[in-house]
Design a binder for this molecule. Structure first.
Ligand SMILES: CC(=O)N[C@H]1[C@@H](OP(=O)(O)OP(=O)(O)OC[C@H]2O[C@@H](n3ccc(=O)[nH]c3=O)[C@H](O)[C@@H]2O)O[C@H](CO)[C@@H](O)[C@@H]1O
Length: 357
């Protein structure tokens, strides 16, 4: 029996592609293992699947800023590499698929030491630090955005632009079920707010102060991230959830327009459903600036409007949302012309091709 080892974590964005691929390998009869962190979001998402063995390892974050944890974390990274090496020697996977995030670095190093072929996937327009560290050890690198290859120093490693890997179920939702879950009728259009898988305090605050205005025209369904619920709101046109999993496709099916961070998986999912988007990317102060580039690329293509976080307040949010809704048909028309590559099957096939016999 062939076996595959997945890794990736830290945020849902580093797990989504794995969630799309895992059922295909299970259906092919492969043994599927996953190495993730002890307490990252990947643990809950992967452990809820049948047929996957989850192996937690120690992880440390490579920070570019001063933090007392910088002293302890290199030791955790070394421990993680040793744990990953031993696990891979025991599991003997035919191939490793790495989605990035800090937990993936020890796994890629461990796989390389065990001479296991490695395929890396990059979701963002510019590669994240973990993937950049891992790339020299990979057999192949998949990219989502067409622009990404110019940011990769690949040496001899093959880079393929495969497009966005999207979970099959994302396009299989039913609006009626979404409305039943949220207890909403069809009398108003639905505005979905998604602050990224980890939520977004600035977006949550702006949405809540704009609620009286927004709910005059829309039902507002707010995915506000862990710990982001606000109990003191009494508005019959407002629904809030920390994070939804199996209900998301139904909620997307009932949605008319979206306000979102510019995490690559989310925005490609919205593009595949032709949902007009207002993007509020994480700023350079809060990140390496990857979402600003993702957002600029979508704006240039005519798929989205961008509101920078510095300009975000209740008034700018209401104005931008109204404009987006009024122009929704133009956005949908442009998005319809985007030809969605079959990335899921392309990556599935490439993994099979490089796996050790
Ligand atoms: C703060 C941070 O580090 N953000 C990064 C992270 O974002 P983040 O983790 O938010 O990643 P994405 O937007 O790419 O993906 C989020 C995924 O979670 C799913 N989802 C979200 C909310 C919910 O309630 N239910 C649900 O299922 C979405 O459908 C999507 O598939 O990874 C992305 C991909 O590398 C990067 O572009 C982001 O910069």
């Amino acid at each position: 029996m062939k076996s595959i080892l997945f890794t990736g974590g830290g945020s849902a964005g580093h797990v989504t592609v794995n969630l799309a691929l895992i059922p295909k390998f299970i259906a092919d009869g492969w043994k599927v293992d996953y190495i993730g962190s002890v307490d990252g979001i990947e643990r809950r998402l992967i452990e809820s699947l049948d047929g996957v063995a989850y192996h937690p390892i120690a992880t440390g974050k490579l920070r570019r800023y001063m933090d007392w944890r910088n002293v302890k974390d290199p030791f955790k990274v070394v421990r993680g590499v040793m744990q990953a090496y031993r696990l891979i020697r025991k599991l003997k996977p035919n191939v490793v698929f790495s989605k990035g995030g800090f937990v993936s670095v020890p796994v890629v190093l461990g796989a390389r030491l065990n001479k296991t072929p490695i395929l890396i996937h990059e979701s963002d327009l510019t590669p994240g630090l973990a993937n950049r560290i891992a790339m020299p050890f990979a057999t192949g690198i998949c990219t989502t955005f067409p622009e990404t290859s110019q940011y990769i120093k690949a040496g001899g490693t093959e880079v393929r632009h495969v497009g966005a890997v999207i979970r099959e179920e994302i396009r299989q939702g039913a609006a009626q079920l979404g409305r039943a879950f949220c207890k909403l009728d069809a009398s108003k259009p639905v505005l979905l707010i998604m602050g990224g898988s980890l939520g977004a305090r600035a977006i949550n605050a702006a949405v809540r102060s704009a609620l009286p205005e927004l709910t005059r025209r829309f039902y507002v369904v707010h995915l506000c991230g862990k710990g982001g619920l606000e109990s003191n709101i009494d508005n019959p046109s407002y629904r809030q959830y920390e994070y939804v999993q199996e209900q998301l496709p139904d909620m997307l099916a009932m949605t008319d327009i979206v306000v979102t961070r510019a995490g690559s998986n989310s925005i490609y999912e919205f593009l595949s459903l032709q949902l007009p988007m207002l993007l509020i990317p994480l700023s350079k102060k809060q990140s390496r600036g990857d979402q600003l580039l993702n957002a600029a690329s979508f704006k240039d293509a005519g798929y989205a409007e961008v509101l920078e976080e510095e300009a975000l307040n209740a008034a700018s949010l209401v104005a931008n949302v109204s404009k987006l809704y009024d122009e929704r048909h133009t956005y949908r028309y442009t998005m319809r012309r985007h030809s969605q590559q079959d990335a899921l099957n392309a990556v599935h096939k490439w993994i099979g091709d490089i796996a050790k016999p």
